[in-house]
Write a protein that binds this ligand. Sequence first.
Ligand code: ADP
Ligand code: MG
Length: 157
Amino acid sequence: GAMRHLPYFCRGEVVKGFGRGSKELGIPTANFSEQVVESFPSDIPTGIYYGWACVGNGDVHKMVLSIGWNPFYKNIKKSVETHIIHTFKEDFYGEILSIVITGYIRPEKNFDSLDALISAIQEDIEEAKRQLDLPEHLKLKEDNFFHLPEGKVVNNH
Ligand code: ADP
Ligand code: MG
């Protein structure tokens, strides 16, 4: 299952998604490029995960992440999208997003309504917040991985 791949460290550029309107729902998701997605273990289960995220050399925040089938590629390729539990002043397309995935919440699901989808995501966010306060997850917030080597693309957030 998912657990044997965790914690999973990943870093890559934030690219334009396929406009499923996440931001309009109040839940923007920063998408990784196809190349970064391809570097994930092919047998990592699709579903909702949580962990820590940092944009450029900014602060480390809680996040929820979905690994799903990418409709843009007729569901033969995966997409990896991170919702950072923080309010940013501006978009950060083109910047480097660093994440560590520390836990798994649930598999992908289809919802009968937009309201049901939004409620499920809100529950995922609450679950992520609670889990990430536990010592085994909290300790990864301080991981050296989040200290970018000097000279890398960095912007403050
Ligand atoms: P797209 O389809 O291009 O991914 P979204 O509606 O999912 O569009 O919005 C994602 C973009 O919103 C991110 O790439 C990022 O630049 C911006 N953004 C602003 N706040 C956040 C946040 N808290 N978490 C993730 N992305 C955010
Ligand atoms: Mg997105």
